[in-house]
Design a protein around this ligand. Sequence first.
Ligand code: C2E
Ligand code: CA
Ligand code: CA
Length: 255
Amino acid sequence: MEKALETGQFQVYLQPQIDFHTKKIVSAEALVRWSHPKKGMIPPFRFVPVFENNGFITRLDIFVWEEVIKTIVKWQKNGKIVVPIAINLSRVDMERDDIVDVLTGLLDKYRLDAKWIKAELTESVCMENDSLLMERMEQLKQRGFKIAVDDFGSGYSSLHLLKSMPLDILKIDKAFLDININMPQRDEIVIRDVVEMGKHLGVQIIMEGVETQEQSDFLEAIGCDIAQGYFYGKPMPISEFEKVLEENHRQEAEK
Ligand code: C2E
Ligand code: CA
Ligand code: CA
């Protein structure tokens, strides 16, 4: 694995996040890709759990974070459009005593303000009700990182999270958009209410996994802020994302 990292087999892909009001790309999520010399592209669901078990995930995540930070700094230096990027933090990362220092150390190294980084933690991690974890989240927040809860609604006591955590962003789990033939209205009601609640709480709502025009129209109608999904763009190499971003902002400016 170490060798795979050294030989550049891991790449950071970026997936656009679109603002419903302006239709502009306002941010991106960094998703790791493993292009294996023999096996080809290996999807994260195959290797992330393995690396979480053997501890390699933190090495890999630090690599991803550093690439993300370097990318934003490069945009700033070259006078390009700059958007914040969301990074994924595994529960294993959050269990490390030095995690906040590692992240802030990287920002210091490249002189980047933390406001450009959105730290995504899955709901299952947040649910642990672990005071140490809460403390770390609070520290990240204090250092200026934006905190996002990923896969919101996939666990049990999601609502409890809302009052106890220092959240900036809720990402509604894409499972809510899966076609549910038996009770489509129910999913709609849940999404609608989460969006409403988010507004009252002053947190930003991101809907992930948007694949169709219909879904997009519905989400826009109920006042969802931001969308991410194949409908707007798949995760892509950074160089490609840069082109898409410039093109998107140019087109929107012309309208
Ligand atoms: P996630 O954080 O919930 O990431 C969103 C996943 O949904 C990504 O899968 C993305 O490609 C996929 N997706 C985006 N739009 C759509 C859509 O319209 N429809 C559908 N069906 N799927 C969509 P991906 O890249 O395969 O990643 C899977 C999971 O692996 C991620 O879920 C995350 O938990 C983990 N992961 C990915 N990259 C990293 C990383 O760098 N570090 C860590 N710790 N975990 C990562
Ligand atoms: Ca995520
Ligand atoms: Ca998710």
